[in-house]
Design a protein around this ligand. Structure first.
Ligand SMILES: O=C(O)CCC(=O)C(=O)O
Length: 220
């Protein structure tokens, strides 16, 4: 008999490390579903496109100022004081076809103006946050490359939570409630429980994401 998602067998590791699997008991948990306003597009890129993109990214210098390596283009979001700085390169030509496609598919009204490329090795993640509302526009789009990770969504006010598995080459677009009413995060771990499929997902040697945003002001 097929078990309902919330009755699925909890892996042994979860019993040993209950903190990591805290949300198994969340009352309003929904698996495999982004919040309203999110659009998830698996296989948005072909394997060839993804591989060429990773090569182009790795040909650029990485910043090691944060715990994880990043590249920022257009403006630098300074995590220490939550301001924008203009001390980074302009948007690179190799990302232009993706930006044009995001506009063509209706995700953005004009070409994105700020990009952050994040690299996560096993054990690295990103804390729960809502992208800065005064700096960035109403759409945030993130493309996953190289390895999988589960994006966790926590509602800002209620106890609702959702998980969405982001496979390499998938695109997630956050608008409306998904953009403004839900935190999103990636757990800093080396394996995680994919509850709908009741299996553990090992983080690949790296996951790389490219996040595209519009700027609300270009004064900086
Ligand atoms: O890695 C991701 O997919 C999300 C990145 C993100 O949330 C951010 O850079 O603000």
């Amino acid at each position: 008999m097929k078990r309902a998602p919330d009755q699925q067998k909890v892996p042994k590791t979860a019993k040993r490390r209950p903190d990591r699997f805290r949300k198994i008991t969340d009352p309003e948990y929904e698996a495999d579903k982004g919040p309203a306003g999110s659009i998830h597009k698996p296989d948005w890129l072909s394997a060839e496109e993804a591989s060429a993109l990773l090569d182009a990214i790795d040909a650029q210098p990485w910043s090691t100022a944060l715990k994880r390596r990043v590249q920022q283009y257009g403006r630098r979001y300074d995590y220490s004081d939550r301001t924008l700085k203009s001390d980074v390169p302009p948007l690179p030509d190799f990302l232009r076809p993706l930006m044009e496609r995001l506009v063509k598919e209706g995700h953005f009204k004009r070409l994105p103006e700020q990009i952050i490329v994040n690299e996560y090795t096993p054990g690295q993640g990103i804390a729960k946050h809502v992208d800065h509302e005064q700096h960035f526009g109403k759409t945030v789009a993130s493309l996953s490359l190289a390895g999988p990770a589960i994006m966790h969504f926590h509602h800002c006010v209620s106890s609702r939570s959702k998980d969405l598995l982001l496979e390499p080459r998938s695109l997630i677009v956050l608008k409306g409630p998904a953009r403004y009413e839900w935190y999103h995060s990636i757990t800093p771990c080396s394996e995680e429980h994919d509850r709908p499929r009741n299996r553990m997902i090992k983080r690949a040697p790296r996951r790389v994401s490219i996040t595209f945003r519009l700027l609300l002001s270009k004064k900086v």
